[in-house]
Design a protein around this ligand. Structure first.
Ligand code: 4AD
Ligand code: MG
Length: 424
């Protein structure tokens, strides 16, 4: 008899099915054993009656034991999932020692046993949401003429400033783990025009916050012949597409996390746009005095987005607050935009138009105090048929933190790497 998944059970009412999975919950009374069985698609309650010859095996079975069962399906409104199975066959696949996770354990303990905690409903739902989200992003890129490409992770060319670079010993030379694929995507965009990549990025962030990871997944795009405004349009289309799809195709996952699907349906273009200088004005009205030239931090972003329902673009930051590769919008500002998620979550995307003129780039590298030798190949792109181009990077975990209303970014990834945790 072929095994079915728990999600298929509604099609088998009154019939027999074979299932396999793990013991999620277990309760024994004098005449019945109730086992809530879990597989990748859901949970179902199984009942073993006193007269079954495997009654004692079922009575003894521990939480998280893997089992294979057969039984007859009946509808039962009171059971989780609305169905119940009366078992006529029960086999242990792999026994379980006493499972260390019980109710009400500390966050630290659950992080210590993350490899086991991933079996929880919460982690399972998060990982599904994450997989769907990444799938929608890919779908959108494919439908809009972007090529998926694979840039390197080991580099010598820093992208986002030296202070967060992770250095490694590369056979006696110093190399870094990638902070961003951007510089490589720029090179590839002069071949394929519109490209994107999904890679891990690394930031040696000394800060312990609810929105920083040391290793995070970075969805980055680069587009030839596109300016800063065109770049923002691409970002808002991409985000809206994914939010709409999640709300329409998987509303139950959103609801599991307390997110109303209609809030995601409301995420559609155009997103509001505030210039950096307008943002300072708004902050002032909210009682926050951010000096001109400074990058807004978590506090400022929270104040800006707390009462908003849709993501917000803040564009044209002061040059000194941003990276060396950004094109000037005027003498004081660069043509860039950060996308801030609503409800206090803050920055989820950083993007900009790139300097595409040779002299301007050389000048900027000098002004930012970078070693021109490390950037020769990157500068080279401006020597051979340079064109205006723009791109952006989206933090996958930050985006998921917003969509699923998570309190901490570490719950948007199976095995979080934070300043004090690289195990398990
Ligand atoms: O704003 P960032 O530093 O921009 C870049 O890296 C550009 N080179 C991207 C590009 O244009 N191709 O990072 C982009 C995004 C941020 O908006 C944020 O969502 C995420 O990456 N991010 C982090 N996510 C988790 N933990 C961290 N430590 C992060 N640092 C950045
Ligand atoms: Mg940024």
């Amino acid at each position: 008899m072929a095994f079915k998944h728990i999600a298929e059970i509604p099609g088998y009412v009154g019939k027999e099915v074979a299932l396999r999975g793990w013991v999620h919950r277990h309760r024994a009374t004098k005449n019945n054993v109730f086992i809530v069985l879990r597989d990748s698609t859901g949970v179902v309650q199984c009942v073993v009656k006193k007269d079954a010859k495997f009654f004692e095996d079922a009575e003894r079975v521990g939480i998280e034991t893997s089992i294979a069962v057969k039984g007859t399906v009946k509808k039962d409104e009171r059971a989780p999932g609305g169905h119940e199975l009366t078992l006529n066959s029960f086999k242990v696949v792999g026994p379980s020692e006493e499972f260390p996770i019980t109710k009400d354990q500390s966050t630290e303990f659950l992080l210590d046993v993350r490899h086991l905690w991933l079996r929880s409903q919460r982690m399972t739902q998060m990982m599904k949401a994450r997989a769907y989200l990444l799938g929608y992003f890919r779908d959108w890129f494919k439908e809009n003429g972007f090529w998926e490409v694979s840039p390197p992770i080991l580099t010598v060319t820093g992208c986002e400033g030296g202070s967060t670079l992770f250095s490694i010993d590369y056979f006696g030379r110093k190399a870094y783990l990638s902070q961003s694929a951007q510089l490589y995507l720029e090179a590839i965009s002069y071949s394929l025009e519109r490209v994107y990549s999904l890679t891990p990025s690394f930031r040696a962030e000394k800060s312990r916050t609810t929105r920083h990871l040391i290793e995070y997944w970075h969805l980055e795009a680069e587009e030839a012949f596109v300016d800063n405004e065109g770049n923002m349009k691409i970002e808002e289309e991409l985000i809206s597409y994914a939010c709409q799809k999640l709300a329409k195709e998987h509303p139950q996952i959103l609801k599991f996390f307390g997110r109303e699907p209609k809030e995601m349906l409301a995420v559609k273009p155009p997103f509001e746009r505030l210039s950096y200088d307008e943002m300072l004005e708004e902050l002032k009205h909210k009682g926050i005095d951010l000096p001109w030239g400074e990058d807004p931090g978590a506090k400022e972003e929270k104040a800006l987005t707390m009462d908003r329902k849709k993501p917000l673009f803040v564009y044209n930051y002061p040059r000194g607050a941003k990276a060396f590769y950004m094109k000037k919008a005027d003498e004081k500002h660069v043509a860039c935009a950060d996308l801030l998620a609503p409800e206090g979550h803050g920055e989820i995307i950083g993007g900009s138009e790139r300097i595409w003129d040779l002299k301007e780039l050389l000048q900027s590298i000098k002004e930012f105090g970078l070693n021109p030798k490390d950037y020769e190949w990157y500068v080279d792109l401006r020597r051979y048929g340079s064109v205006p181009h723009s791109g952006f990077g989206l933090g996958v975990e930050r985006t998921l933190k917003w969509i699923l209303k998570l309190e901490h970014i570490r719950d948007a990834v199976p095995f979080p790497r934070t300043i004090n945790r690289v195990y398990p």
